[in-house]
Design a protein around this ligand. Structure first.
Ligand code: F6R
Length: 610
């Protein structure tokens, strides 16, 4: 989290930095700032609390201009959102830095710098970095060397952009553990946390590796690896257009992204199906040997991506006959798990940069688990580069903080994996034919379920003054219920929990009364009758039920039951379909509550800190 951007050019870079910050705002939005070297070779800075729009407003009052500059949008870790904690941080009007990550040894450095005479102006971990660079400059080092020596003193994670008025047409960038990309313009260079920030100015990118330091001027770029050797990193051309990030006529990115799901799923399937089969070549070179060796799967992920993993566990064991465990990445990385050599470790992540998932993936490799795979939406991300195999979801940029199309495309990709592993573990050929048919039908079925939009918007009114909600599902619909609860809480701030419906009577039933809406997903499958009995338990206690039920199921709306009918769907793909009405429900509840749907409080899209 936190987004950084920088530019060194022949033109005023402030408009480029501001537009880049708007595009990075999903990474953090509690404060923002920009610093440039002006035409008198002074570092000028403006910082504001709140969103980039506030910074924009402040810049209208105090315009800045300069040909070298850096900017930052913050998601607070050390120190509350405030102007003094906002980046860029400056030391003695001489060096300015922006930072994404966490400096773990900041207390130690702060102490020695305070003893050395530095007066701290913020509570951040970042400020020690700028003082350290300044001190090395004072010892006679140039900017590049001062940064190089400084990062050797740091423990933790960082993506850094550094400018100094002693070297006014230069940016030094450094990366360890946090993403950083260099954009190549014509006679100008840029840095950013994400290509999205730079799409209006370039499509050419170089991705820094961990430990790299880049020395960047308008017309030169030199990258040093962690041993200090000059290295060439490949140039990549992004296929993304600047427009892919636009909201269009939708009120929020989240709604746009919900409605993009049919297309996103179609693109995820593109070139991966042929006739009745899943094309194994689409898993990349070397996939066959790896898949042949897999005896079990271990999935690591966070948040919504973790829920996708939980659905896949039901599929992998019941359909493919492959044992599967699923674990929250932040737990996996510290619990000293026992390595299983024939396990395929799968990291699921929209961004490919989530710090816990990336570290868990690295830990799995270190511990000697078998092969690794990333299921990811960002081709150039750290996880894709780290894993042996990458299965890309092709959802396109997801800007809304609440993940929607990333989840359904992850499930689609996971179903492809279920098929190729199932083949090797005795799954009937007929099952593959049926699954491929169902996968092909997904875009059409999602279009169908999206027609519930207006009815769900009306239904949302019922939630406007509720403070709690329970979500219920059984089997592979239980993680769908978990995902529904997560969506509701993160964007509407209504407390919501999910339970497997059969678990209700073991405790949570005590919570049920007229003030506790209970939302259930009820596809037509072998667990339906059991689910119905669980729902009766809720009705008998005066609970208000909302059920998304298969049209062929005999369930009718009643005094305290509202049934929303979903077109008949085959069981394996039902979790993908039933996710969509729950996304719409939380979206409309949040709109009614007037929350900031795309940028809910306290959250950020790409969680690149622990
Ligand atoms: C919820 C949400 C988060 C992310 C989680 C993992 O709507 O977006 O829970 O799913 O932070 O992010 P990725 O998938 O980028 O690793």
């Amino acid at each position: 989290m936190c987004g950084i951007i920088g530019a060194v050019a022949e033109r005023d870079v402030v408009p480029i930095l501001l537009e880049g910050l708007r595009r990075l705002e999903y990474r953090g939005y509690d404060s923002a700032g920009v610093a440039v070297i002006d035409d008198k070779d002074c570092i000028d800075r403006v910082r504001t609390v709140g969103k980039v729009a506030e910074l924009d407003g402040a810049l209208k009052q105090h315009p800045l201009a300069g040909k070298t500059g850096i900017a930052h949008t913050r998601w607070a870790t050390h120190g509350k959102p405030s102007q003094s904690n906002a980046h860029p941080h400056i030391c003695r009007k001489s060096v300015a830095i922006v930072h994404n990550g966490i400096i773990e040894n900041h207390e130690l450095l702060r102490k020695s710098q305070t003893d050395g005479g530095h007066a701290f102006t913020s509570e951040t971990d970042t400020e020690v970095v700028v003082h350290q660079i300044y001190d090395y400059q004072q010892q006679g080092k140039g900017l590049l060397d001062a940064v190089r020596t400084t990062v050797a003193d740091l423990e933790g994670a960082y993506a850094l952009g550094v400018i100094s008025n002693h070297d006014k047409a230069r940016i030094i960038a450094a990366r360890r553990g946090s993403p950083l990309v260099i954009g190549i313009g014509i006679g100008e260079h840029f840095i950013a946390s994400d290509v999205a920030a730079l799409l209006p100015v370039t499509q050419k990118f170089i991705f820094l590796e961990d430990g790299d330091i880049a020395d960047i001027t308008r017309d030169s770029l030199t990258i040093y690896d962690e041993r200090g050797e000059i290295v060439e990193r490949p140039l990549k051309i992004s296929q993304l257009s600047a427009d892919a990030m636009e909201r269009g006529s939708y009120r929020h990115y989240m709604l746009k992204e919900i409605f993009e799901q049919p297309r996103a799923i179609a693109e995820t399937l593109e070139g991966r199906l042929s006739g009745d089969t899943v094309l194994e070549q689409s898993f990349g070179p070397g996939a066959k040997d790896i898949l042949d060796s897999v005896k079990g799967v271990h999935i690591i992920a966070c948040g919504t991506s973790y829920h996708a993993g939980l659905v896949a566990k039901y599929w992998l064991e019941a359909i493919a006959g492959v044992p599967c465990s699923v674990e929250v990445a932040s737990e996996f990385r510290y619990r000293h798990p026992i390595a299983r050599r024939n396990s395929l470790v799968i990291a699921i992540s929209q961004s490919g940069e989530t710090a816990d998932t990336l570290a868990a993936l690295q830990e799995a490799k270190k511990l000697g688990f078998g092969h690794t795979m990333a299921i990811c939406n960002v081709p150039e991300s750290s996880m894709v580069r780290e894993a042996d195999l990458a299965l890309m979801t092709r959802a396109g940029p997801e800007i809304g903080v609440a993940s929607t199309k990333a989840f359904t495309t992850q499930l689609t990709a996971l179903m492809l994996l279920v098929v190729v592993l199932g083949r090797r573990h005795g799954m009937a050929a007929q099952t593959e034919i049926k699954l491929v048919e169902q996968l092909r039908s997904l875009p059409r079925r999602i279009e169908e379920v999206l027609t519930l939009n207006d009815a769900i918007e009306e239904l949302a009114e019922f939630f406007a003054n509720k403070h709690n909600a329970l979500f219920l599902g059984r089997g592979a619909q239980y993680p769908v219920a978990m995902e529904g609860a997560l969506k509701l809480k993160e964007i509407s701030y209504i407390h919501a929990e999910a339970y497997p419906a059969g678990e209700l009577k073991h405790g949570p039933l005590a919570l049920v009364d007229a003030e506790m809406p209970v939302i259930a997903v009820a596809p037509n499958n072998e667990l339906l009758e059991k689910l119905k009995s669980n729902l009766q338990e809720v009705r008998a206690r005066g609970g208000e039920l909302i059920v998304f039920a298969d049209a062929q199921v005999d369930m009718k709306s009643d005094s305290n039951v509202r049934v929303m009918t979903v077109a008949p769907t085959e069981d394996p793909i039902a979790p993908i379909i039933y996710t969509v009405p729950l996304q719409l429900l939380s979206y409309y509840v949040a709109v009614l509550k007037g929350t900031d749907v795309d940028q809910p409080r306290n959250l950020a899209k790409s969680v690149t800190v622990e």
